[in-house]
Design a protein around this ligand. Structure first.
Ligand SMILES: C[S@@+](CC[C@H](N)C(=O)[O-])C[C@H]1O[C@@H](n2cnc3c(N)ncnc32)[C@H](O)[C@@H]1O
Length: 223
């Protein structure tokens, strides 16, 4: 079992549900105008984004390293009668067998060592001409996160507590603003940036603290 698999399965096992069950607003806002096709949701967690995409008519594959989370996602999609392909796999090793019109990575952060940019670049290669890459991430850690001090990781959705333990797994996590995200991805002339934005959203911490979180939202179109 990889460190990532161990960490994230343990993280999800802490509670019956970790995330809010609502799709990320940045995904909803940026993807709503796009014509549905095949979508790949990277680090899909408990599946809220994948499920929302499927409800909009996308043919969705959701991939996450945590079998626990994928099991919850699968149960919810079956309950809603949505035919989503769920894959429990480590993205550092997993390779798709098809192309996509959309690859979405929302809060694909991890306190465990993870070559995020490398994974995003490689999987962007599976996007067809005219297709889109959406990368939504924390531009800075939530103030209540233990990782705020260590500059590491935390929350994904509004309503989540953003609380991470497992200090033994800490590694230095770099939080990127939207321009930095774009620059780091460095996908080249083939990609047209459609959205490169810093977005703010209100959120509630584990002890009821209110804060404004800042997210990087980058949407690119493959020419
Ligand atoms: C902060 S959560 C975000 C979950 C979801 N996308 C959301 O926005 O709520 C990060 C997710 O990435 C997954 N993840 C972390 N490292 C991974 C890896 N190496 N391969 C696949 N998934 C990974 C975790 O299991 C977790 O579900």
């Amino acid at each position: 079992m990889s460190d990532a698999e161990g960490f994230w399965n343990e993280r999800y096992a802490e509670r019956e549900r970790i995330w809010s069950g609502h799709p990320n607003k940045a995904l909803v806002d940026t993807v709503s105008p796009l014509a549905p096709g095949r979508a790949l949701d990277l680090g899909c967690g408990e599946g809220a984004d994948s499920i929302w995409l499927a409800e909009q008519g996308w043919t969705v594959t959701g991939v996450d390293v945590a079998e626990t989370a994928v099991g919850r996602a699968r149960a919810e999609s079956e309950h809603r009668d949505l035919p989503i392909t769920w894959v429990a796999a480590d993205l550092t090793e997993w390779a798709p067998s098809e192309d996509y019109d959309l690859v979405s990575a929302c809060f694909l952060h991890s306190p465990v060592e993870f070559p995020r940019t490398e994974v995003l670049r490689r999987l962007a290669g599976s996007i067809v001409s005219g297709g889109h890459l959406l990368v939504v991430g924390h531009a800075e850690p939530p103030p209540w996160s233990r990782y705020a001090e260590a500059e590491a990781d935390s929350d994904g959705h509004d309503g989540h507590d953003g609380h991470e333990g497992h200090e033994g797994h800490r590694h230095e996590h770099v939080f990127l603003g939207p321009e930095q995200e774009l620059e780091t991805l460095d996908l080249g002339e083939d990609w047209e940036p459609l959205t490169v934005e810093l977005r703010e959203r209100p959120a509630t911490g584990p002890d009821g603290e209110q804060a404004i979180l800042r997210d990087s939202v980058v949407l690119l179109r493959r020419r």
